[in-house]
Design a protein. Structure first.
Length: 86
């Protein structure tokens, strides 16, 4: 989205099983190329909270972005937890 006009400048329509998080780097590169700017930060939903995606987005020799993303919730484990009583 263009920061001044708030007009959406690019989007990718992925198949239902598409890698949304992995597509973020492509969209950022597309934005920087089209507008000649240097994106400094990105906010992404839980699809981006994966090691491979975070490493690609924050790589100092690559996009070097500051990434804001919520961590995914841990699945509750029915066994071996400290709160289980016998």
């Amino acid at each position: 989205m263009d920061a001044d006009s708030q007009i959406i400048t690019a989007l990718n329509v992925l198949p239902a099983n598409g890698d949304e998080g992995g597509d973020a780097a492509h969209l950022i590169q597309q934005e920087e190329t089209a507008h000649g700017n240097d994106v400094e930060a990105v906010s992404i939903d839980g699809a981006g909270y994966r090691g491979t995606v975070l490493r690609e987005l924050t790589d100092p020799d690559g996009l070097n972005l500051q990434v804001f993303t919520p961590p995914t919730e841990r699945m509750p484990l029915p066994m071996f937890g400290s709160s289980n009583s016998r």
